[in-house]
Design a protein around this ligand. Structure first.
Ligand SMILES: Cc1cc2nc3c(=O)[nH]c(=O)nc-3n(C[C@H](O)[C@H](O)[C@H](O)COP(=O)(O)OP(=O)(O)OC[C@H]3O[C@@H](n4cnc5c(N)ncnc54)[C@H](O)[C@@H]3O)c2cc1C
Length: 367
């Protein structure tokens, strides 16, 4: 049985902040009609899990109790809110589901004014898409730079410059101090005194694991479902994706990732484990991408203690994260070959010396 609280067929999340905002874009479904049934999967849309009895091996849904031998918890994450931006009567939204993305889509036509609260990947992707669709866009970010959580300062500045060049109005080091209904939609007052009269406000300040329904179960839930290195939370109960915290065997460290690729890798690991009864540890090299203004940002591995900037032959900038001279991660903008090189090296060798991954005759060093 595959249960999901949404009524739609399973669909992909990354397009929601990108091409799905185009007026006529179809829902990015993951399966063709009938495909799940043909594969013998009893798909139950609109089934919200409300509780779990670990000892009795029962999942409770609204009006339905389901017994299980094995359970995979994959309830993802839910967007965080911002105090003061929670009036349901104002045009203020988030982006996580197709329904929430459709509300953004309806709001961002030509001449619309959009305010995005949060200069992370999600907020900047929507900002870039809305600009392409003709809207005026303001991004309000509490920190003094965008993308500070995901990128080193130099890479983040590059993205910031790209946004400024393309017309995003960046309000950095600012927060919203008030939101009132206006003729247009909602007027925001910022901590620097600026006022923004907008049609729609998108709150994109991160997400928290959707694990509230597990309250009262005997599972250990810290910020997410706590699992061992085999993604097991209790015998026969597993968690994957945004809602899972597990001991990543690659680093022997507790981690939670909100990345499309790792969610899929974890799901494949657990499926193999359940089907074959095999034990084993799930080792994942973190990888995430973001598309903005036709450029692709890719990040692989971890942040290091130092960052070395290098250039590819065609001049693309690559930011190499190092610990003691060894590459532990890479962030790059429009340099897919360099990212693939790092991904291969880190997959096969763990940490690898900078010069062996990116030889000086191919990759120019910059200060
Ligand atoms: C708009 C957007 C853009 C993104 N873009 C990128 C990107 O460019 N690159 C990248 O690497 N990652 C991206 N991500 C992150 C990536 O999509 C997620 O990491 C991935 O979808 C996680 O998969 P998941 O199965 O854990 O959660 P989800 O895909 O969120 O699936 C969880 C499902 O569980 C359902 N659910 C929740 N609670 C319950 C309940 N109690 N009962 C029943 N069902 C429930 C939800 O309705 C949802 O369908 C993006 C995410 C979003 C939201």
């Amino acid at each position: 049985m595959l249960a999901d609280m949404e009524d739609s067929p399973p669909y992909d999340k990354p397009p929601l902040s990108k091409d799905f905002l185009d007026p006529e874009a179809p829902l990015p479904t993951l399966v063709k009609p009938g495909e799940l049934a043909d594969a013998g999967i009893d798909f139950r849309p609109g089934a919200r899990a409300t509780g779990l009895d670990v000892a009795g091996r029962i999942v409770q849904f609204e009006g339905l109790a389901v017994e299980f031998d094995n359970l995979v918890i994959a309830t993802g994450a839910a967007p965080r809110g911002v105090p003061g931006l929670d009036d349901p009567d104002l045009p203020i939204g988030v982006i996580r589901t197709a329904e929430s993305a459709l509300a953004v889509r309806r709001a961002i036509g030509p001449y619309a004014v959009l305010a995005v609260i949060g200069g992370g990947f999600l907020g900047l992707e929507v900002a870039a898409t809305a600009l392409r669709l003709g809207a005026e866009v303001h991004v309000v970010e509490f920190a003094t730079q965008v993308l500070g959580r995901g990128l080193c300062p130099a890479a983040a500045r590059m993205m910031e410059d790209l946004h400024r060049d393309r017309g995003t109005n960046l309000h950095l080091g600012c927060s919203v101090t008030a939101a009132h209904a206006s003729k247009r939609g909602v007027e925001l007052t910022l901590s620097n005194g600026a006022r923004l009269d907008t049609d729609f406000v998108l709150v994109a300040v991160g997400a928290t694991p959707a694990v509230g329904w597990l309250k009262g179960s005997s599972l250990t839930v810290s910020d997410a479902v706590d699992c061992d290195s085999g993604l097991q939370a209790a015998p026969g109960i597993f968690a994957v994706g945004d809602c899972a915290r597990w001991v990543n065997a690659r680093y022997n460290a507790s981690m939670r990732l909100e990345h499309w690729t790792s969610a899929g890798e974890q799901a494949a690991f657990v499926a193999r484990r359940i089907a074959s009864g095999s034990l084993g540890k799930c080792a994942i090299l973190p990888y995430v991408w973001s598309d903005q203004f036709g450029s692709r940002i890719q990040i692989v591995g971890l942040r290091g203690t130092t960052t070395q900037e290098i250039r590819t032959a065609d001049g693309s900038r690559v930011f190499v994260e190092c610990d003691d001279g060894d590459v532990v991660g890479v962030a790059a903008i429009d340099a897919p070959r360099a990212v693939l090189t790092a991904r291969r090296a880190l997959t096969s060798r763990g940490a690898a010396p900078l010069d062996s991954v990116f030889p000086t005759d191919t990759y120019e060093r910059t200060a």
